[in-house]
Design a protein around this ligand. Structure first.
Ligand code: GDP
Ligand code: IMO
Ligand code: MG
Length: 427
């Protein structure tokens, strides 16, 4: 067994890109298995800074094969631009593999994402407007276009024609928006196909063969547990399974291949877009976390909502994903706080919950019950071993570990690959 799944435990942007990049040197394959270019994963090593949306965060190593799995939805315009951008930075994308079964984001998906958000008005989800939801919708209604369809002009034309017959009607009659022409779309997408073609593979077969040969595979999740379509704060979620199970269906390997499931947890919380967030801060502390943590979206540039660490959410992620380990990220940011709060349970409608309430109304009404711990009030970004951390920081980590119910085996203290403390991680 040589598979490791890495997932977000909160509402995204926990530092999955950084941790994936940091671990990738020890793996042969790094695989994205769900989501699309709604993700923004930051990778920093020395002077090189990457903001990746579709390409796996292992791309910096020439020993790693980066893979975009069948569960991902691919906007080929964004993908080809991302590939060009990396090449310009001197990073080869030659090794990139793309599943022939991944679905393709079409222009009408992007238009419909925006139109649907406008129509929802104040009830909007706050999507990234990248066409993610409408593309998954077509996948499940079975009128989607797959990467392999781009490789056959006749099939592509037939499928685009069938999809547009419905989409144009919706765009024109429901949203009063411009419609699309089959020829225009086919011409544009056949252009992307020329660039993508050499990278297209049977993802499941390739990964299973690799695992049979004893190769190591790291599955890089996008978004996070609370944004999962089944297990998140529905309807304020994304349209895929971001939890560990998604890696199996999204790459075509079985659960018996998995040895470790690593959950990435930020030392405080952030959320972009709408939806419940019990520990959200609307005061100076929230502003300070946002400022010191540079909490702005990598994809949309939106200001992230900030709040205290929520151990109820973390415990939930441990269970739903079967986490074997946690990587606690951005611990350095809390160095600006005199005292630090941790949510241990919620009070909602006269009841105390030490678990995520199953009823969405209760979660919307949840008021956090806090414990308070002293801050360490210093810069820990140069610490490279657990022993070097101030006692108050160690106390915070150990208390979180106790509350979450999984070992915190990695701690990050800055955005660079090297600003990491390996406490007890083994892979
Ligand atoms: P992802 O979507 O989970 O990959 O996370 P993002 O890249 O969207 O957001 C994480 C942000 O925090 C990025 O700007 C990272 O460079 C930065 N970051 C990651 N780890 C650390 C850390 O330990 N400390 C600090 N200060 N920044 C970090
Ligand atoms: P990474 O991988 C944070 C959020 C959006 C919105 C909701 C649905 O960088 O952690 P969508 O466009 O997916 O239909 O939007 O999900 N969202 C993210 N928030 N980080 C992300 O990705 C996100 N991807 C989607 O803000 O609330
Ligand atoms: Mg992000």
């Amino acid at each position: 067994m040589a598979g490791t799944i890495l997932v977000g435990t909160q509402w995204g942007d926990e530092g999955k890109g950084k941790v994936t990049d940091m671990l990738a040197h020890n793996y042969d394959y790094v695989v994205r298995f769900q989501g699309g270019n709604n993700a923004g994963h930051t990778v920093i090593h020395g002077d090189t800074k990457l903001a990746l949306h579709l390409i796996p965060s292992g791309i910096m190593y020439d020993t790693v094969t980066p893979v975009i799995g069948n569960g991902v939805v691919i906007d080929p315009k964004v993908l080809t631009e991302e590939m060009t951008g990396l090449e310009k930075q001197g990073i080869s994308t030659e090794r990139l593999k793309i599943s022939s079964n991944a679905h393709v984001i079409m222009p009408y998906h992007i238009a419909l994402d925006g139109a649907s958000e406008s129509r929802l008005g104040t009830n909007k989800i706050g999507t990234t407007k990248r066409g993610i939801g409408p593309c998954y919708q077509d996948k499940y209604t079975r009128i989607g276009i797959r990467i392999q369809d781009l490789l056959d002009p006749k099939i592509l034309r037939e499928k685009v024609e069938a999809a547009l017959a419905v989409k144009n009607e919706i765009l024109r009659d429901i949203y009063s928006m411009p419609t699309y022409k089959v020829e225009d779309i086919c011409e544009e997408y056949l252009g992307y196909a020329m660039i993508i073609r050499p990278h297209v593979v049977d993802c499941s077969r390739m990964l299973n063969d690799a695992l049979d040969e004893g190769k190591k595979v790291l599955f890089e999740g996008a978004q996070a547990t609370q944004l999962d379509i089944d297990h998140g704060t529905y309807p304020f979620v994304t349209s895929s399974n971001c939890t560990a199970g998604g890696a199996m269906t999204g790459a075509g390997v079985g659960p018996t291949r998995i040895q470790k499931v690593l959950g990435i947890a930020k030392a405080y919380l952030t959320r972009v877009g709408s939806g419940p967030f019990p520990t959200e801060l609307f005061d100076e502390d929230g502003a300070k976390l946002g400022e010191v943590g540079h909490e702005y979206g990598v994809t949309t540039g939106r200001k992230r909502r900030c709040g205290w660490f929520d151990s109820v959410v973390a415990r939930y992620a441990v269970k739903v994903n079967g986490l074997t380990d946690i990587a606690l990220t951005k611990l350095d940011v809390l160095g600006c706080m005199d005292t630090i709060k941790i949510c241990t349970a919620y009070e909602a409608d006269g009841k105390v919950y030490d678990y995520v309430p199953n009823q969405q109304t209760a979660f919307h009404h949840a008021k956090p019950i806090y414990e308070e711990m002293p801050g360490w009030k210093c810069d820990i970004s140069n610490c490279r071993s657990y022993e070097e951390l101030p006692q108050a920081a160690k106390d915070y980590v150990e208390h979180l570990e106790e509350l979450c119910g999984a070992p915190i085996s990695i701690i990050t203290v800055g955005p660079d690959r090297d600003q990491t403390i390996m406490r007890s991680w083994e892979d």
